[in-house]
Design a protein around this ligand. Structure first.
Ligand code: UD1
Ligand code: CA
Length: 460
């Protein structure tokens, strides 16, 4: 096996996307297209990856980070011109270079591997990854001779009517012998319909030099989609979504409606989890065994414990323990840490708060900047008053405390262990443990007063 290198083409603006965001940064299931490409290419083990950047180069570099070297293509004069920019880095390195477009996010590492193997086994100077497309419109067509050998690739805009009927397409992925590639690129011209230096022209140039050129036809056309506009972007999203969902289902996760469930690529889901329709699980979330998610839950960068239920709720950047019951209609904001067997009910918002084992906040409450112990009961309508308009303060509620309904806990404040807060209290001072605190106006009843008012109104 010779040394392997990669070039990722990512300099184009992507005019057809009609977007301020550069094409290769458009996300597919939350991850920029070019990042999907880099991850899959990287997985086959390479000496060096060079990404050609141009439009949005700073952002592309930021996304790909240390994994790649970068070369700037200052002017986008075509895919051949783009590859030429890597000449000084790769020309003198003996080996094989795979060239991949940053806008084909669905090609898998297995396919890249097969392409490499095919190329090396055949001893070719160039091997194109091709596919049979049900509708080849927009793609370069693979033109073969009478012996069925690849002769050249013709772009849609340069093709004759007969050539347009060819359904074998260039996926934009190739393996090249390094030296042959950079020599042939010297001869590529821009004499074509788009006035660009086409990389695919290298095929015909090598063929004319009697070098061996071949094609590896992948049966997986759905992997080879090139995303040039938003319609293709939605197709890519759909294919990626079903691929990820299938992976989880094969691993023992029940997904009730895979068409309507969105799981990002880096999410980890354990066995016997059930996911109901309308759920989105994103970022680096981890869902532990037998948890039940949805319907309609949105979980981002959370750890969800075993047998926990998250129904019709939103949770972000938080850790939720085992056998917790969340929702319907709860909002778990960043830095919540919910203990095992806790309960967070409807219209409850939790932010930057720790909730101990078995504590309950069942209805209509806001718990923010708080440290809540175990077995605490927070009554309906309780609010931690954490913000004075300038600073945020901590509310501490110790184990076994009972907070009556509609209480305001004005932070900084501590509610002692085992204490009671009477319903409707506005607590401004610490409550000692085991105390009952009542902090509300006393009720006074004026007998017959309502009748007097009504009579007065009648007289007017
Ligand atoms: C290209 C191929 C076509 C193939 C299709 C597969 C050429 C001339 N055509 O067409 O045969 O069927 O991909 O999807 O190669 N780029 C640069 N610098 C440039 C131009 C493009 O870096 O100067 C990058 C783009 O960012 C993109 C990739 O190269 O990631 C492909 O360019 P694009 O313009 O999308 O080519 P297609 O017209 O799709
Ligand atoms: Ca393209």
């Amino acid at each position: 096996m010779s040394k392997r290198y990669a070039i990722i083409l990512a300099a184009g603006q992507g005019t057809r996307m009609k977007s301020k965001l550069y094409k290769v940064l458009h996300p597919v299931l939350g991850k920029p297209m070019v990042e999907h490409v880099l991850e899959q290419v990287k997985a086959i083990g390479l000496e060096e990856i060079v990404t050609i950047v141009g439009f949005g180069s700073d952002q592309v570099k930021e996304h790909l980070g240390e994994e790649s070297k970068f070369v700037l293509q200052a002017e986008q004069l075509g895919t051949g011109h783009a590859v030429m920019q890597a000449e000084s880095l790769l020309k003198d390195k003996e080996g094989t270079t795979i060239v991949v477009c940053g806008d084909t996010p669905l090609i898998t590492k297995e396919t890249f591997q097969k392409l490499f193997d095919h190329h090396e086994k055949a001893g070719s100077k160039a091997t194109i990854l091709t596919a049979k497309a049900p509708n080849p419109t927009g793609y370069g067509r693979v033109i073969r001779n009478a012996q069925n050998e690849v002769e050249r690739i013709v772009e849609q805009k340069d093709a004759s009517p007969e050539e347009l009927l060819v359904d074998e397409i260039n996926t934009g992925t190739y393996c090249f012998d390094n030296q042959a590639l950079f020599e042939a690129l010297q001869e590529v011209s821009n004499d074509n319909a788009q006035g660009e230096y086409y990389l695919p022209d290298v095929i015909e140039i090598l063929k004319n030099k009697s070098e061996k050129v071949s094609a590896f036809l992948t049966p997986n056309f759905d992997e080879t989609l090139g995303v040039n506009d938003r319609v293709a972007l939605a197709q890519a999203e759909k294919t990626m979504k079903l691929r990820i969902n299938e992976y989880h289902m094969r691993n023992g996760v029940s997904i009730i409606d895979p068409d309507n469930t969105y799981i990002q690529p880096d999410v980890v889901i354990e066995q016997d989890v059930v996911i109901y329709p309308g759920s989105m699980i994103s970022g680096t979330s981890v869902i532990k065994e037998r948890a039940i998610i949805g319907p309609n839950s949105e979980i981002t960068n959370c750890e969800i414990g075993e047998e926990t239920i998250v129904k019709q709720s939103v949770a972000t950047n938080s850790k939720i323990g085992n056998r917790v019951n969340i929702g319907p209609f709860a909002h778990i904001r960043p830095e919540a840490n919910i203990g095992d067997e806790a309960k967070i009910g409807n219209f409850v918002e939790i932010k930057k708060a720790e909730l101990g084992h078995g504590s309950k906040v069942s209805h209509l409450s806001y718990i923010g900047d708080a440290q809540v112990g175990s077995n605490v009961n927070v009554g309906c309508g309780t609010i931690t008053v954490n913000y004075d308009g300038k600073n945020k303060y901590l509310t501490t509620i110790e184990d076994d405390a009972f907070i009556g309904c509609n209480s305001n806990l004005i932070a900084p404040v501590t509610i002692g262990k085992g204490s009671y807060v009477a319903a409707g209290s506005t607590i401004t001072k610490d409550v000692p443990s085991e105390a009952l605190s009542v902090a509300r106006a006393r009720q006074s009843n004026k007998e017959g007063y309502a009748t007097r008012i009504k009579n007065r109104q009648k007289d007017k």
